[in-house]
Design a binder for this molecule. Structure first.
Ligand SMILES: Cc1cc2nc3c(=O)[nH]c(=O)nc-3n(C[C@H](O)[C@H](O)[C@H](O)COP(=O)(O)OP(=O)(O)OC[C@H]3O[C@@H](n4cnc5c(N)ncnc54)[C@H](O)[C@@H]3O)c2cc1C
Ligand code: SF4
Length: 323
């Protein structure tokens, strides 16, 4: 582990005034992911910028535009909020499914969305894979049990965040602090595929940061859920997860939106399955068939073909929990 200095900015402007070309600093919120990367020697920053020293970025507020969640709000605050539990159950369930109570106490919403991939080649300091500036993806012909079945091509990571699919299904927006002025973009436009820039997982420049998440008001009759399948019953990242939102009446979804986690480098919308489920009486076989048809283009690697079956299972659970 390299020695580094801690910077304690008091304002967002201080952070955004840092040079975007400067690779010697890293932003830290709870540090549950960042410090692991530093300890393992994957990154070696000279300065760690402690975002927790900036006041006023931890809150859950409701106003006419919906619910606003500050980037430094802890995962436990999201999981324990009755407002979130009552109005956005998918987010409540997703926050509750992250890691352990200790990590949820410290981990933040912004950090959860910006955490780096768990690919074991990426996390191995000896391996210089494509994501770290090398020329090869070692997972494509190596050990790839936990990797992507969709959207990988040059780098097969899966996005590790549980909050991301839930927030995306809820049509969340993200406000980003930049050196110029804040900008707000739909969360769907925040995450980027490796084909856009293999070194990054989102649109943030190094001196930009997530400031706030905005959830639109819930429509009348709208329900949502987040289901996660893990390898171990104790804490674990998702093998596959499904966030589903919809309006159901007499066993028929008038409206449905599905976003999967654990299958692609970004949270993955399953529009084809949505159109096959919408407007029909929900039956177990039809949901499984919708999942199968929606995954027709999936390209599993040698060890992760099982994820297709898991999608059928997790989607069925999620969809039936709303009926
Ligand atoms: C043992 C273990 C188990 C875990 N299990 C799960 C799990 O099941 N599900 C899951 O979703 N996650 C899991 N995680 C990841 C953990 O949830 C995240 O590490 C946590 O939410 C990150 O929040 P943090 O505030 O600690 O982020 P940090 O570690 O401080 O930061 C993470 C990354 O985000 C960047 N960052 C932080 N805040 C911002 C911001 N506001 N704007 C821009 N960039 C920012 C940092 O520079 C860093 O690169 C696990 C982690 C561990 C160590
Ligand atoms: S999947 Fe991505 S992070 Fe993993 S070895 Fe391949 S290039 Fe590296």
């Amino acid at each position: 582990m390299n020695k580094f200095k801690i910077a304690e900015p008091q304002t967002l402007e201080h952070v955004t005034s840092l040079s975007s070309e400067d690779t010697t600093y890293k932003l830290m919120a709870g540090g549950t992911d960042l410090l692991g990367e530093i300890k393992d020697g994957i990154i070696e920053p000279e300065i760690v910028v402690d975002l927790l020293s900036i006041p006023g970025l931890s809150y859950i507020k409701k106003d006419r535009s919906g619910v606003r969640i500050g980037a430094l709000t802890s995962l436990v605050e999201v999981a324990e909020s009755t407002l979130i539990q009552n109005e956005y159950p998918a987010l409540h369930e997703a926050a509750l499914s992250v890691a352990t109570p200790q990590l949820r106490n410290i981990g933040t919403v912004g950090g959860n969305l910006c955490q780096r991939p768990r690919c074991w080649y990426y996390r191995d300091p000896q391996v210089q894979c494509r994501k770290k500036g090398g020329s090869r993806c070692f997972a494509s012909n190596g050990r790839n049990k936990y990797h992507a079945i969709l959207g990988g091509r040059i780098c097969h990571i899966v996005h590790p965040s549980d909050l991301a699919p839930a927030l995306m299904v809820l049509d969340a927006k993200v406000t980003i602090s930049t050196p110029q002025k804040d900008k707000t973009v739909p969360l769907v436009d925040f995450f980027t595929l490796p084909s856009v820039n293999v070194r990054r997982e989102n649109i943030l420049a190094p001196n930009e940061l997530v400031k706030e998440i905005i959830l639109p008001p819930v429509k009348r009759g709208e329900k949502s859920t987040y289901r996660k399948l893990k390898e171990r019953s104790t804490w674990d990242f998702a093998l596959v997860s499904a966030a589903v939102k919809g309006i159901v009446s007499e066993g028929i979804f008038n409206n449905i939106k599905i976003v999967l986690g654990g299958v692609a480098p970004i949270p993955w919308r399953l529009e084809r399955a949505e159109s096959l489920i919408r407007g029909r009486k929900v039956r177990i076989n039809s949901v499984k068939q919708a999942a199968r048809r929606a995954l027709a283009d999936a390209q599993p690697l040698k060890e992760n073909g099982y994820k297709k079956e898991l999608v059928e299972a997790v989607l069925s659970r999620a969809v039936f929990s709303l009926v």
